[in-house]
Design a protein around this ligand. Structure first.
Ligand code: GLC
Length: 750
């Protein structure tokens, strides 16, 4: 039966109501009249880096087996590519695989900001920076939806930890919310236009996200123009009536009978208007029609091409952290013709390709690093596991050291599968002790030691980095990661990944260290906007490897930065040249940071605003161009609950990383929401009053005319933080209460 078009039949209230909860764990309800399907049932399934479609008789918790599909590298690796084109290609492939498996809504991408490297699901998320994460997510969403499959941008919002995730309140300032935790979603929504958004489990400042009308209606729908379906996380609805009122359309999983009963009762008592029900049902019905396959799925799913795409993502997402020289020659790349190579580490044979939890895919196939190295090497490749996935093993340790003696050794180290997962957070950042011990033993006897890391979130490198001549961070490589790392090690491909999150020297250096994972049902985002590199740069704190860092087998030079003001305020065209000055092709990621105006608001040292990845042949030069607008200079002003652009001098910093700035240029930024819009009241401080053009004129005018007491500069500076009402009560200090009331009335806009 084909669905009856949405505009053909009005639904009854009961039919509409039935749509507001899922039918079962993985599907939405259908509405039928006789044999006619009025609203088709949709299949919703994970996940962000591959389709986890359970067979028809899947377990009711949805965590059991699933149909094999391409296991692409998770978001942590895709995020390190900084490649919007590749992200879009990945989205299209994920959409095609979802379509081929009759999935209507793919539950991803996940974009929550990596507030702490301890986050258990950080492997599923993109970055510590909202611009990088939001832009890449927007491309993924558009790619998925080009296949007629809905993406589900998640988890909206402020879901930055696993500890107590279904109850905890993320207590976050308005400014940090806007500039960091919502900004990533704003960009993804505006650029990707997702057909669905998934509300997160947690509370935000005490209100569940799924019941948060300010978040779901005012921000997501009214401010950002989102018109799609808001779906709960699985089991994420506590009060179905409150969630419907807040704008949450679809409760999952089904059948959600208690929630439907609550809604019926609320309708009968008049607690909610029937229009809320029909509004949500209409959106669900429109989604069901929009995702109806209409035969769009590819006749033949090109799994070979998808496997190769997975390899390319793993290639571009691997970050060369260290490449020291040995007798004047870089430790990497290795010589494929070398007589012997020793591979140490169980992860070479049993690679970490993804993280644990709802995103876990059954891979269509897996290429291990060991197989790939043996396939590409023209010499011998010996192997010693050195450790087990469960932990240390003395015999394996000794065997590995013996094999490694006087050889070139590639050591595969990283986090064991149980170290990071949905559902719980990490409690430290170290590599397993037995792996560090093994590295030290091998380094003592080997000629050259290359470390390859497999981990979904950062590990501290300083405890062992001097035991490695090179370190290649491959994150989680997906099913083709083994081939990718072998091609990088042998120099067949050139590393080009850049860090999408800072690697700290120690956990205690991290921004949220004193506020993670919270206690007593609350986690206070005490670091405010100073997340990731914003924190380390502001405190001028050393890091192991900065945001945006990544080495190459070639080198790039930057020149000829030109900034041209545009025709509208605060618009600038930024151009410059990058040249590959090495002897082999490579990709560079040009990063544009804005060093904001130093005004009233506390600002980070620099913030990423644009980036561009470019591949250059040896000797080739290419021009980058960026267009800046007000949004690149704005900050959220909690005093006016709005964006503000402060006037003054800002700097454009073009960098190869957040701490490797190659070119800078100064620009003059003009204030946009002049103080005219700022409303003052008796609790405004003297400083705020004197920064308000009309109020300042009135105060200074009154002092000049003798109407008010004239304050000395020192007294004015001392009193700048005093609320006006307190000043009015200090006899003869400046003005009295009546005079203050007049000042406020005359200075505020009507
Ligand atoms: C999980 C996750 C969410 C996933 C959903 C369905 O709890 O939080 O990301 O899509 O449930 O498995």
């Amino acid at each position: 039966m084909t669905p009856v078009p949405a505009d053909a039949l009005e639904l009854t209230l009961e039919e509409s109501l039935s749509l507001l909860s899922g039918a079962d764990f993985w599907s939405s309800r259908e509405v039928k009249r006789g044999d006619d399907v009025v609203v088709r049932s949709m299949s919703l399934t994970d996940g962000p880096h591959g389709v986890r479609k359970q067979p028809a008789d899947g377990d009711h918790l949805g965590i059991g087996d699933s149909i094999p599909a391409t296991c692409f590298p998770p978001a942590v690796t895709l995020g390190s590519t900084w490649d919007t084109t590749l992200a879009a290609e990945f989205g299209r492939a994920l959409g095609a695989e979802a379509r081929a498996l009759d999935v209507d809504v793919i539950l991803g991408p996940g974009v929550n900001i990596k507030r702490s490297p301890l986050g258990g699901r950080n492997f599923e998320y993109v970055s510590e920076d909202p611009v990088l994460a939001g832009e890449l997510a927007g491309e993924i969403i558009a790619g998925v939806q080009s296949a007629g499959v809905a993406a589900s941008l998640k988890h909206f919002a402020v879901n930055n930890q696993e500890t107590d995730r279904m109850r905890i309140s993320a207590d976050v300032s308005e400014r940090a919310l806007r500039e960091i935790y919502l900004e990533v979603f704003r960009r993804a929504v505006l650029h990707g236009r997702p057909w669905t958004v998934m509300a997160s489990y947690n509370k935000i400042n005490g209100i569940f996200a799924a019941e948060n009308e300010a978040l779901l209606r005012r921000v997501l729908r009214e401010e950002w123009g989102f018109t799609g379906v808001i779906v709960s996380d699985w089991g994420g609805v506590t009060d179905r009536v409150a969630s419907l009122r807040a704008g949450l359309d679809l409760q999952m999983p089904g059948p959600g009978l208690p929630g439907l009963s609550d809604l019926r009762r609320a309708l009968e008592t008049g607690e909610i208007a029937s229009s809320l029900v029909t509004e949500s049902a209409t959106r669900i019905r429109e989604l069901a029609d929009k995702t109806a396959s209409h035969g769009t799925q590819a006749a033949h799913l090109d799994t070979v091409a998808h496997h190769d795409l997975a390899r390319r993502i793993a290639l571009s997402g691997s970050v060369l952290l260290v490449n020291s020289s040995l007798a004047g020659t870089p430790a990497l790349p290795l010589d494929r013709d070398a007589a012997d190579l020793v591979v140490v580490g169980e992860f070479a044979r049993s690679p970490r390709i993804q993280g644990s939890g709802s995103s876990q895919v059954v891979p269509a196939r897996i290429e291990t690093p060991l197989e790939a190295l043996r396939g590409l090497s023209r010499g011998t490749v010996a192997f010693a596991p050195g450790y087990t996935l469960e932990g240390a093993d003395e015999e394996l340790h000794a065997e590995a050291v013996a094999v490694a003696t006087a050889s070139t050794v590639v050591m595969f180290l990283g986090l064991p599968p149980h170290a990071e997962s949905e559902g719980y957070d990490r409690d430290h950042l170290e590599l397993p002790a037995e792996q560090i011990a093994l590295l030290r033993s091998v380094h003592a006897v080997a000629e050259r030691v290359i470390v390859v890391l497999q981990n979904g979130s950062p590990v501290t490198c300083s405890p062992w980095a001097d035991n490695a001549h090179a370190v290649l961070e491959t994150w989680l490589g997906g099913q083709a990661g083994g081939r990718a790392v072998a091609e990088l090690l042998f120099g067949i491909e050139n590393p080009s990944g850049r860090l999408a999150e800072t690697i700290p020297l120690a956990l205690a250096d991290t921004p949220s260290f004193t506020n993670f994972p919270g206690e007593g049902g609350r986690v206070v985002y005490g670091e405010g906007i100073f997340v990731g590199y914003r924190h380390y740069d502001y405190l001028e704190r050393p890091v192991a490897f900065p945001f945006g860092h990544g080495l190459s087998y070639t080198a790039f030079e930057y020149s000829d930065l030109r900034v041209t003001p545009g025709s509208i305020p605060n618009s600038f065209d930024v151009r410059g040249t990058v040249t590959n000055v090495g002897d082999r092709a490579g990709a560079e990621v040009v990063q544009l940071y804005v060093e904001p105006v130093r005004g009233k608001l506390q600002r980070p040292v620099r913030e990423l605003k644009h980036f561009a990845r470019m591949t250059l042949e040896p000797g080739e030069s290419a021009e980058y161009t960026f267009r800046l607008a007000s949004v690149d200079f704005h900050a959220w002003d909690a005093a006016t609950h709005g964006w503000t652009v402060e006037s003054g001098r800002a700097r454009i910093a073009i960098g190869a990383s957040s701490r490797d700035i190659r070119s800078t240029a100064e620009v003059v930024v003009t204030a946009e929401d002049s103080d005219e819009t700022r409303r003052l009241d008796e609790w405004s401080t003297l400083g705020e009053a004197l920064a308000h053009s009309r109020m300042a004129a009135a105060i200074r005018g009154g002092a000049a005319s003798g109407e008010f007491f004239a304050m000395s500069d020192d007294l004015e500076r001392m009193a700048a933080g005093m609320p006006l009402r307190v000043i009015a009560d200090f006899e003869g200090m400046l003005f009295d209460r009546d005079q203050l009331a007049t000042l406020l009335r005359e200075s505020n806009l009507p």
